[in-house]
Design a protein around this ligand. Structure first.
Ligand SMILES: N[C@@H](CCC(=O)N[C@@H](CS)C(=O)NCC(=O)O)C(=O)O
Length: 294
């Protein structure tokens, strides 16, 4: 691939050599590549995930529910190694036809329920336990608006800016400019909001904070994509204040390390099957959101 101007062919074909960090796993077709059943543990919830920002949202929610006394939220967190193609195994595709982590099976229902898409998983859990999602209609609408804002906005950050700034085989000015502009606009949206409210939904800490923090908290605190200086993230002071506040929560400190396979060893818990699995970790060393790409 060169940086010369590109003339698209009449019909696109799959160039397996296109390069970039994720070229080996990206495919233009869906469906399983191999047979592989998923393991099932003892708890009501079976999570199949990886500790990227999208995965962290769900493990943070589970740890927050447990910290709030919802003992029915016990879960097994199994590792899906997306670099090795586990997301294309037949068992995983059966619970997420989109082949992306995180995916959850709620086995506490009469018939096990599968849920994919991190936002849908958090809404399912929030409704089931009556927690972290306000019930009053106006407050609920505000919370869900920010949750869906994250789901729609972040692909421009990870798949757009992060991809072209950090993962593409070469640096191209046009996409980097376009996505840097959009990411700074998104940070400004959050910064203005957080100048007015303590937590995102304007009411209390909620699933809106849980989905936004791993991505935008990571961006302002953890030099995500090595772009802290380029994006001048220090300017977004209200986002930084909020990111620190969320990071200090015990449930977040635990949830953010589950299924993590990158970063400091003390901040990696590859699988979680019991609350005591955290005992081997030094929680005090865990400072902030991860720098894992999504
Ligand atoms: N919108 C999805 C995004 C999930 C997603 O992009 N997951 C990535 C890791 S963060 C993945 O599994 N990638 C594997 C692949 O694309 O093959 C969600 O929020 O659940």
């Amino acid at each position: 691939m060169s940086d010369k101007e590109y003339t698209p062919p009449k019909v696109w074909t799959w160039d397996k050599e296109s390069g970039g960090r994720f070229a080996a796993i990206n495919r233009p077709i869906a469906g399983p590549t191999h047979d592989k059943e998923l393991p099932v543990g003892k708890h009501p919830f079976q999570l199949y995930s990886l500790g990227t920002p999208n995965g962290q949202k769900v493990t943070i929610m589970f740890e927050e529910l447990l910290a709030a006394g919802h003992s029915g939220a016990e879960y097994d967190a199994w590792l899906i190694n997306i670099g090795q193609g586990d997301q294309f195994g037949s068992g995983f595709v059966a619970i997420n036809p989109n082949s992306k982590i995180p995916a959850l099976v709620d086995r506490s229902e009469k018939t096990p329920v599968r849920i994919f898409e991190s936002g849908a998983i958090l809404v399912h859990l929030a409704e089931k336990f009556g927690a972290f999602l306000p019930s009053e209609r106006g407050a609920r609408a505000e919370c869900l608006s920010w949750l869906f804002w994250q789901m729609g906005a972040t692909p421009f950050l990870g798949g757009g800016f992060g991809h072209f700034y950090a993962y593409a085989p070469a640096k191209y000015e046009y996409p980097i400019n376009r996505y840097a502009m959009e990411v700074k606009r998104q940070l400004d949206v959050l910064d203005r909001r957080l100048a007015e409210v303590e937590f995102i939904d304007g009411n209390a800490y909620s699933i809106a904070d849980m989905v936004i923090w791993p991505w935008y908290g990571g961006l302002v605190k953890s030099n995500q994509y090595g772009a802290a200086e380029f994006l001048a993230v220090h300017e977004y002071r209200n986002v930084i204040r909020w990111a620190d506040q969320v990071a200090a929560r015990p449930g977040v400190k635990r949830g953010r390390i589950v299924n993590r396979t990158q970063g400091e060893l003390s901040a990696q818990l590859h699988e979680r099957h019991d609350a005591s699995d955290f005992d081997t970790k030094t929680q005090d060393k865990i400072a902030g959101p991860s720098a894992a790409g999504g």
